[in-house]
Design a protein around this ligand. Structure first.
Ligand code: G3P
Ligand code: CA
Length: 248
């Protein structure tokens, strides 16, 4: 038994093409507690699961997600650039991931990728889908766009939310206080024992990203974080279980 939640970052990104169903399936196989994924809005208002604003880096096509319809996005191969053995992997829609996840008990961290393009109505659309699947208690909504988290909290206070931080502002405690109940998702490099303790004192769950090296994962386990994001969930689970055994 372990008491830290291991989230497979963009699925099992280290071993499978990120943000694809095969990466999420691998996360499940690894025994991850949760998956993390990123959402953007398509030209026809669908929720596409992909990290970047453009499809250039991870797929065989190019251009902005917002300029493609959901159907057009399906023409892109989202697996072959990672490895030819993943050829024909598609960019999933959020509803497809939710449908797949219905056969699992995975926690789903949906990152609203609206820090570059505002994507009007993104929060409402994601929340509507969460409610449609009755996933209110198994989804965490996060974003680097803290205004978006305020909107999500207002529309759906029953859904857990979290603030993502790239660099940590000196007034991060003030920022956390303005978003009552939100989790604290800082970059691994920004996290110290003192910062962890301060956030936990405010009642925030601390879940840093992205810990891949064994030494980094062990460092976070020793800090006593509530969760962590990793591209290698199997590795993190093994270390977390061993860490917990050592404590018992
Ligand atoms: O949610 C944690 C992490 O995914 C945030 O950074 O760039 O991987 O989306 P990024
Ligand atoms: Ca993300």
């Amino acid at each position: 038994m372990k008491n830290v939640c291991i989230f497979a970052h963009r699925g099992s990104k280290g071993t499978h093409p990120e943000n694809t169903l095969s990466a999420f399936e691998e996360a499940l196989r690894s025994g991850a507690d949760g998956i993390e994924l990123d959402v953007h809005l398509t030209k026809d208002g669908e929720l596409a699961v992909i990290h970047d604003e453009t499809i250039d880096r991870t797929t065989t096509l190019s251009g902005y997600v917002k300029d493609y319809t959901a159907e057009e996005l399906k023409m892109a191969d989202a697996g072959v650039k990672f490895s030819p053995s993943f050829k024909n992997e598609k960019i999933p829609l959020l509803k497809e991931v939710f449908q797949w996840a219905s056969g699992t008990s995975l926690i789903i961290n949906v990152e609203l990728k609206n820090d570059k393009f505002p994507y009007a109505g993104l929060e409402e659309k994601v929340i509507e889908l969460i409610r449609g699947y009755s996933y209110e208690k198994r989804v965490i909504l996060s974003s680097f766009n803290h205004e978006s988290i305020s909107i999500a909290q207002k529309i759906a206070p029953e859904i857990e939310s979290a603030l993502l931080f790239e660099g940590l502002p000196v007034n991060f405690e003030e920022v956390l206080k303005t978003k009552q109940g939100a989790g604290f998702h800082p970059a691994l490099a920004a996290l110290t024992k003192e910062i962890t303790a301060k956030a936990q004192t405010l009642g925030c769950k601390v879940r840093p990203y992205t810990a891949n090296l064994e030494s980094d994962i062990i460092y976070l386990l020793e800090l006593g974080v509530e969760g962590l994001f990793t591209d290698f969930p199997a590795r993190a689970i093994r270390l977390a279980s061993k860490f917990q055994e050592g404590k018992n």
